[in-house]
Design a protein around this ligand. Structure first.
Ligand code: NAD
Length: 377
């Protein structure tokens, strides 16, 4: 596990996924248990050792290459800085390892496609974090789509983001490299790869993108309290043309911003509107409104609002135990590894995410809508 001293690597992958799985083992479809034993890897020996001791992990190292070359290692995981990822993954696959990785898989589409090709040729199982699709809120939203709740789907809109402090008076809650383009940072690069699989997974293919990016906050302060120039975009306003598997057109629109204050119930929310119903999903909750329960507001600025709009939605029940999304995907991925089959969210889907981010940035720079070509391996 490379990059476990980082935010995602530590919290979501080590703490929430692999350590609990080490405790219970992974149960396969036929009831067999598979033992999971992590090896922690990082550049800073003191930090990695401290984490290993804290969590009773026997194996740790600062030598990524040696661990990748170790024939007893089955899976290489990467949650390190984005700009270092492609090289690590390529090395791992060349050594015949299965890989599980954070997104984005690469900084350029070319590199992302190359990774997908390498995986295909190597015949290994590759998994890329598609965590949002495992979130209880989005699982419920997807279920409504599958059940035909919406009738003909017209649109999906997403609102994502929160205020990330500049770091001068109050510490920033995200790493400084996120705001430096030269270090692989940027809202579009970071989030459009998520939005691609969310849109694909809930509605269907993304056919085109029109985006406007912005760097609203031009200067920030890093982990050492030193002021730096924010060279990456910290907001992206995107419009997407989508197509359902039945071929119906749907309009998608997602605002992503690190310079917005939250007046929502959750940090990300998606709303689908259809001819027969609408639903709003956050990370956990999903609320729905059927056509029959839809109020008929009349525009009259002279009168106070007459409808309690928020109260007119009904909560969609989970009807199942929905665990942490990262852990659920890890379990599914590891079952695929043991079974020697493909994982449903691999490097090709990830490449489409990188493609959407790249075209989003290009669309903004050129101030035009761009069609999204199909990627062939
Ligand atoms: N799935 C998600 O929702 C999600 C959310 C946030 C970030 N991410 C992805 O996870 C990855 C890690 O992001 P994070 O927020 O945990 O970042 P982070 O800065 O907290 O962690 C980065 C890790 O990389 C290591 N690293 C190695 N070489 C480095 C170098 N030269 N400079 C700086 N760090 C170096 C750090 O020690 C650390 O372990 C990124 O690729 C990011 O895109 C995914």
């Amino acid at each position: 596990m490379n990059g476990i001293t980082g935010r995602m690597g530590y919290r979501q992958h080590l703490l929430r996924s692999i350590l609990p799985l080490r405790e219970t083992g992974l149960t396969l479809e036929d009831g067999t248990k598979v033992a999971i034993e992590p090896i922690l890897i990082g550049r800073n020996a003191a930090k990695v050792r401290e984490l290993a001791e804290l969590h009773n992990v026997e194996h740790w190292s600062t030598d990524l290459d040696a661990v990748i070359a170790d024939p007893t290692v089955d899976v290489v995981f990467d949650a390190s800085m984005t700009s270092l990822r492609a090289a690590t993954l390529k090395k791992a696959m060349a050594n015949g390892k299965h890989i599980f990785t954070e997104k984005p898989t690469a900084e350029t589409l070319e590199e992302a496609i190359e990774l997908a090709r390498v995986a295909q040729d190597a015949g290994i199982t590759a998994g890329v974090v598609h965590d949002k699709l495992y979130l209880p809120g989005l699982v419920k939203l997807r279920r409504l789509v599958e059940e035909g709740f919406f009738g003909r789907i017209l649109s999906i809109r997403g609102e994502f983001g929160y205020w990330v402090f500049e770091g001068d008076h109050q510490e920033a809650q995200r790493p400084s490299w996120n705001y430096r383009k030269e270090d692989g940072g940027g809202m579009t690069t970071d989030m459009f790869c998520h939005w691609n699989y969310v849109l694909e997974g809930i509605i269907g293919k993304v056919k085109s993108v029109n985006a406007k990016t912005a760097t609203h906050i031009p200067a920030r302060w890093d982990e050492q309290g030193v002021e730096y120039k924010a060279t990456a975009d910290d907001a992206a306003y995107g419009i997407f043309e989508l197509e359902t598997p039945a071929g119906d057109p749907v309009i998608g629109q997602i605002n992503s911003s690190w310079a917005v204050r939250v007046y929502r119930d959750e940090l990300v929310e998606f709303q689908i509107d259809g001819t027969h119903g609408s639903a709003v999903a956050g990370l956990r909750k999903c609320l729905s409104q059927q056509r029959a329960n839809t109020p008929k507001p009349v525009w009259n600025p002279d009168l106070p609002v007459t409808e309690p709009f928020r109260e007119q939605w009904a909560e969609v029940p989970a009807n199942a135990e929905l665990d942490n999304g990262f852990k659920l995907q890890w379990e599914e991925f590891l079952r695929d590894v043991v079974a020697g089959r493909e994982h449903r969210f691999g490097l090709l889907s990830a490449a489409r995410g990188v493609q959407l981010a790249e075209l989003g940035l290009q669309s903004s720079a050129e101030r035009r809508t761009l069609d999204i070509p199909k990627i062939e391996l």
